[in-house]
Design a protein around this ligand. Sequence first.
Ligand SMILES: Nc1ncnc2c1ncn2[C@@H]1O[C@H](COP(=O)(O)OP(=O)(O)OP(=O)(O)O)[C@@H](O)[C@H]1O
Length: 584
Amino acid sequence: MKELQHLNKFFLKYKGKLLLGILITIIAQIFALVTPKLIGNSLTAVDKYNRGIITDLELVKSELWQNIAIIIGAAALASFFTFLMRRTIIYISRYVEYDLKNEVYQQYQNLSVNFYKKNRTGDLMNRISEDVGKVRMYAGPAIMYSIRTITLFACLVPLMFISAPRVAIYTLIPLPILSFLIYKLSRAIQKRSAIVQKFLSKLSTFTQESFSGVSVIKAYGIEPQVKETFNEMVVEGKTKNMDLVKVNAWFFPMMILLIGASNILVIYIGGQQYINGEIELGVLAEFIMYVNMLTWPVATIGWVTSIIQQAEVSQERINEFLKVVPEIKNNTIEVTPIQGNIEFKDVSFTYDDTNITALKNISFTLNSGETLAIVGKTGSGKSTILDLISRMYDTDNGIIEIDNIPIKKLNLNSLRNAISIVPQDAFLFSETIRENIKFGKEDATDEEVIAAAKFASVHKNIVGFKKGYDTILGERGITLSGGQKQRVSIARAIIKNPNILLLDDCLSAVDTETEEEILNNIERITKNKTTIIVSHRISSAKNADKIIVLEDGKIIQNGTYDLLIEQDGYFKELYLKQLSEKDL
Ligand SMILES: Nc1ncnc2c1ncn2[C@@H]1O[C@H](COP(=O)(O)OP(=O)(O)OP(=O)(O)O)[C@@H](O)[C@H]1O
């Protein structure tokens, strides 16, 4: 229960509702207890009349009518309070679920990119949905059934012992056995359900991938193999489900058997006592009803135990993520306006998961309003420089300063607000094109959206679509071509009007003509913005004030465009190569 203590703060938050729920549960149980007692009394009255102990029929009739009226009233009140009980306690569990989900989601938002690299998306999703769901079962049904069982026992057992102690002992004997067996059975059911659940996610991943990759499957003509694999999986699924069904099938027969055993004991022992004149006939009926009332709550002891165990495991998984301290911390709450002067002082950076040293002793200065082009072979560390500027990662080797302040001392939100980044792999949300562009500025007007799209040379394409800016992009923007995606992503960055613009090889999928058009636009609007353009193409570096060439994490050349095309080295080689390709 150590991990579940995390929920205490929520219980404290809803303590008023919880106490009310407990009170309602107790009231509901007390009303439910009225019925057996009165049915017993009614039977005793009829029995006494039959045996001639009571001779006044009218008296018996009036007692019966009175009992019927009370039973109906008590049953109605018991149902009403049971309804209130569920409403109050299950509602609390939904509130706790809501709060916990928000807490986990907030934590996910705070965690750095590195965390997401180390943990699989499926696992993150599972902890916020499946695990929180299991914890909810503890915060709701487990608590509700526990209170119900405790109240029922507290009221019923003394009542039974007062009415007929010997029958009471025999009635209660099979119940712990029932509870223990249900516990064992619930564990077995949960184990098998977990296997079925795991299998189902495997099956849905497979089907989802085969739908997404349908063109590859068709192009390679491997439909029969895919179908074969699917069939095998279905058979596997059937076997796993049958295992579950077999165990599940034991549940009700076992309950019926043990209820039956209790009933037989009541009738046998109670019957003997009745024959001997030790108890009334009504007590027998009363006890049979008690047995049936007790069976489900007793069965829930086993069920609730396994719910709590599962919730503990799930909460442990949730706590594991909640305890992670975000690697990238905001070190000041003070807003720090950013102008855009960037300086790298002897910066080195190693990715801790791969141990790859992506940057080695990098130093450069970029004044606000200047444009820097970074050129270099793939894997030379270009994107890493951009990631360090936007503080996706922190480095302890060397210093990065923005406006002469170490980057870690800046307000993280101010920094990120001042930066627009167009990543290499443009990710678009499954929303309309308008929404995707407005992502950079939520309150942007339609005119601003259109201006940004024009800037990124994608406006003409968008208006060519039937629904224009309202075109919904499929999963990961699949309805757009690679170049169109890149340009929508540029429009999204531009609309934010940032002081620092970081373009990570984001024109690779557009033709050279459009590239030039966009670069000219960029040059026009970035006069007062610090811009870094990462590219494999020499043409992208043409308008830059400064250029650095990276190789294996080190700066091997730097200077202006005119200087570098004269200087022997990688840049000149690339220039000549791309020049000859253009001539072809
Ligand atoms: N998130 C990461 N975790 C671990 N290693 C990484 C990560 N990102 C990049 N690397 C490694 O760091 C090195 C530099 O990568 P980086 O992405 O900065 O290169 P790049 O010059 O931008 O390459 P490209 O032109 O192909 O985009 C590479 O060896 C790469 O494998």
